[in-house]
Design a protein around this ligand. Sequence first.
Ligand code: ACK
Length: 902
Amino acid sequence: RTVPGELKWAASPSEGGWEEVSIMDEKNIPIRTYQVCNVLEPNQNNWLRTDWIPRSGAQRVYVEVKFTLRDCNSLPGVTGTCKETFNLYYHESNEDRESYIKENSFIKVDTVAADESFTQVDVGDRIMKLNTEVRDVKVTTRKGFYLAFQDVGACIALVSVRVFYKTCPLTVRNLATFPDTITGADTSSLVEVRGSCVNQSEEREEPKMYCGADGEWLVPIGGCLCNPGYEEKGGACKACSAGFYKAKSTDPGCAKCPPHSHSLRDGATVCDCHSGFFRADSDPPSMACTQPPSAPQQLISVVNETSVVLEWAPPHRLGGRSDTSYSLDTMGWECNVLFSPGQAGLKTTRVVVSELRAHTHYTFIVHARNGVSQASGAGAAQSVSVSVTTNQATPSPVSFIQATDVTRHSLSLSWQQPDRPNGVILEYEVKFYEKDQRERSYRIMRTFSRSVDVTGLNPLTVYVFHVRARTAAGYGEFSTPFEFSTNSGIHTAMFTVFIISRSYTTISHPPLHPSFSSLVSSPALASPTVAGVKIYVDPFTYEDPDQAIHEFAKEIDVSCIHIEKVIGMGEFGEVCSGRLRAQGKREIYVAIKSLKAGYSDKQRRDFLSEASIMGQFDHPNIIRLEGVVTRCKPLMIITEYMENGSLDAFLRKHDGQFTVIQLVGMLRGIASGMKYLSDMNYVHRDLAARNILVNSNLVCKVSDFGLSRVLEDDPEAAYTTRVRHIPIRWTAPEAIAYRKFTTASDVWSYGIVMWEVVSYGERPYWDMNNQDVIKAIEEGYRLPAPMDCPVVLHQLMLDCWERDRAERPTFSQILNMLDKLIRNPGTLRRTGGERYLKYIPTGTMLESGVGSEVCVSVIPEMCVPEWSLCEWLQSIGLERYRDTLAAAGYTSLDSLLALTHQ
Ligand code: ACK
């Protein structure tokens, strides 16, 4: 169609067959055609052949032919000779050499018929119906090919022949470039193409696609990712701009530099830290730059003979990291010093340093470091130090005993000096007995040297020997037992032998406490009274602790106790549950606290002091002492059994499961117990939910009359144990600041217990650290009302937390207040929050006198009148929403319950 001059395709026959004719098209534009119209003559075989067409890598070519064809029926008298089709042929060849048509070498592609034929050839009023037919043919064997049109007697004009092949066009998919690709030889064949990553990108997975026969790209697989410092934009990888970075090719895009870092140039893979900030090798680039910590704070030391407990608070500045660790150095170094849990890489803020020399001055340095301490250049950790002097201590045990010169009746014993003599050894004590006899009868020998000849032994008998050393500080512990057997040898020796029977002599002293010396004429009088009220006696005023214990606690025969199982760990050893059948009494369940073996005199004293204190009390809300076992080991304290264990754990286990009245019932019990203690002039000092026990009837009882108050008279202990023994969160500020422990400080703690109870065992001040708690209280901060806490209860808590202790209520006032609340449950209506209380049980049983058991779990429930929506909104300070809610159709509390967060 587009060729202006003559095409000069080969034709056969060269005359009378296909002829090149110029005609006008529909738009009267002259075009070239090849025509043939020998419809009247039979046996036509007219060939027309194109010029040689180079294949150009194509494997399948498409031939689009446009032609017109005359309808045979419209031609009179042509029956039998007129045809309405022509045949398309092709022939592959390497060269454009063939000047004539080799019909035999051509292969037929198809017989082409017209979709449309026309009936007239009247040029003046032509109705040309152009047909377009496309055929495709595989050409794979030679460099090019010819096409040929065979006419067998039709009336045709070829108007246009277009030959083409298809490609999948150049494209970028998943950041990989795929080149322009020629389609495959077969209509169903796919050409697999490998893409190449665009600039500044790398292969994620080999990029591949398939080029389909129609020139469509199919099934993209794999792809590329922009390099670090680059991100994808419009199918290309663009550099991250300044202030942004991309660390890994797999990161989704450029991200803003994390805090305390910057990037000045485009294409940053990491942001540089601002000066003074650092990144540890293991820190990801997405992490903020951080700083080393400041020094640990408030390092305190508690010396216990040759051990020191060091405790400190975390640094004020952690530098934005959570990997602070501590290490310890000692000045006045000794190689065998033990650090527990360790000396370096510590996560805890407490270390016990033991096996120090007695009476020696040490300086301990505690360093704080974190992941960037090294990177910060100095490598130096921030540190704080403390100096201590260890106490006098008894010698460590003798660790090895040897027997020589063994005869029938004697042997020679020798041993090494203890590893840590802790002073000048004044003498050694050897204790021995026949193994069969156990310790029922034993002998003791004392000597200044490190050996002794033992005589007067029975022949062929196994003896057990223990040796201990004595310094000015007293006896050390006995060595572990060493067994030796006598034989038939003969030996004589002369040594002093002391035979000691195992019995204790008790010397009675009157109590030493000056305030009681006028009241108590004889220590045999159990508890003093002031104006008819019983007053508690501090067992530590007795010089002999055993006297106090036997005064206030009943000795129980161990055979009456049946231990069943371990229920926990106490300060001094296991706590077990079991049964006690005292003579003439019914069997009861009891809790049994025991003193673990290897205790010191002081531990024994502290352990039994709790029983001496508890034994003086008799109140339904104070844990009842059943008695003690002191005459055989282990020592035991037997108390009533509280099925539900300690209150804090119990509440956490039953979060949200009690009515407000039940909670107030528990608080009432505790207040009642505390009123009794304060009437007895007893200051608890460690009132906290963990020290309240709960029985199966939900009755709460105050327990733990431990050793927190023991240290008061020891000025040194009071100083060093100051922070360690004070439960900061529960303790009144004046007690923390200057150890002013009074009933008013117990009232402060009671307020905290109220908060613990109403919040179902939440930790007061959550995870704030002790120092922050002290600061916050100092600045006037007080714990907010727990969820669903009635306003009146929170107000009572706030009253307990008055800074001026004289302003705090007494336990008697607290008790009256709680009783009032229980009698008028309406005053406990909720203050908002999620749990809406419809039914509040009343507490008729609770009206019985002070000190009676409160059995809150069986209190019947009563329906209280419901609030109006308006009253409720008022109570939570949101009455301004009344009209909005009303306009939306919420007029009752019931309808409001259907509201969701949305
Ligand atoms: O929370 P608990 O179960 O209650 O775990 C501790 C553990 O022993 C160590 O003190 C439990 N416990 C202490 N005294 C008693 C007691 N009288 N009755 C029941 N459990 C007790 C306490």
